[in-house]
Structure formats: structure tokens, C-alpha cells
Design a protein around this ligand. Structure first.
Ligand code: CMP
Length: 151
């Protein structure tokens, strides 16, 4: 299959009603959702997701925030999707994200930056496995013109 990335609309984005507009931007670009769920992550899941940031002073706040409400967890698929989605969402700090990017258009606070997306192909693989079961991912087969469900 082509490249996949993990994307999560954080509790602030869900609460503010931005899910539809964010999904539309990624669909407009030409990418497809292959898995989606609304989930209030456990502390364990959040800590594993952000394990590389364990030593940061904001780690506890970050985990508290991401577990504070529903997250829209998704897997997106398409050509160069990891790097392209990072471009579409903008810099981590919404104050330095360009207008036209998701964070640049919808936020002002680094701790409430609306959305997360995997920063590399290897993080994407790790994060997809952390948040989803293999059987939750669907695959479009362009040759057969039918949806294929993984066993
Ligand atoms: P995200 O893409 O989810 O990856 C790590 C997150 O840590 C990041 O988005 C921010 O929400 C958060 N983060 C990074 N730097 C800071 C900071 N200085 N203060 C608070 N949160 C931060």
C-alpha cells in the first residue's frame, strides 16, 4: 500500500468543532482516511504516544491535556502523506505557523495546538500500531475498485 500517517485532532480541536474543516483540508489535498475513531485516551496510551518527550517540563501537562477529552484519531494514506500532512498542519507553535496551515489558521497556544501528526515514517508506524488494531485499517485497491478489509 502507499504511505500512511497517524493524525489526531486533540481535545481542543474536537471541542471547538474543527473536525469537519480539518478532515476536509486533508481530503481536499487528495488523501484518504483508512481508520478513524473518537477516543478519550488513557494515561498509559498518552504517555506511550509522547514517550520521547518524557523529560520535558511540559510532559505532565501535555498528558493531562490529551487525556482531558475526546481525540479524533485517524490514519491517513497517500503519496508522501507523512511530510505533506506536516506541511498542511504547520509549525508546532501556532504563533509561528504560516497562515493557511491548520495551526496557523485556528490556534494561538503551543499547548493547545489542535492537531498532531507523525513526524516521520517510523513514528507513523509506531503511532498507528499504538492507537489502532491492524484489522481497523481499510485499504482501497485501485485495480479491483473495491474496499479490502485486512484479515
Ligand atoms: P505535538 O505535535 O502533539 O507533539 C508534541 C506536543 O508537545 C506538541 O504538539 C505541543 O502540543 C506540545 N508542546 C511542545 N512544546 C511545548 C511547550 N513548550 N509547552 C507546552 N507544550 C508543548
Amino acid at each position: 500500500c502507499s504511505e500512511r500517517t497517524f493524525v489526531a485532532i486533540k481535545p481542543d480541536g474536537v471541542h471547538r468543532g474543527l473536525m469537519g474543516r480539518i478532515i476536509a483540508r486533508l481530503e481536499d489535498k487528495g488523501y484518504s482516511i483508512v481508520a478513524l475513531k473518537l477516543i478519550k485516551p488513557s494515561k498509559t496510551l498518552a504517555e506511550s504516544h509522547y514517550e520521547a518527550l518524557q523529560s520535558k517540563p511540559f510532559f505532565a501537562d501535555l498528558v493531562a491535556f490529551i487525556t482531558s477529552g475526546p481525540v479524533c484519531a485517524m490514519v491517513w494514506e497517500g503519496k508522501d502523506v507523512v511530510a505533506q500532512v506536516r506541511k498542511l498542519i504547520g509549525n508546532t507553535d501556532p504563533l509561528t505557523s504560516a497562515p493557511g496551515t491548520i495551526r496557523g489558521d485556528f490556534g494561538v497556544d503551543i499547548g493547545r495546538n489542535i492537531i498532531h501528526a507523525s513526524d516521520s515514517i517510523s513514528s507513523a508506524k509506531r503511532e498507528i500500531e499504538l492507537w489502532f488494531h491492524t484489522q481497523d485499517l481499510i485499504e482501497w485497491n485501485p485495480t479491483l475498485h473495491e474496499w479490502i478489509y485486512e484479515k
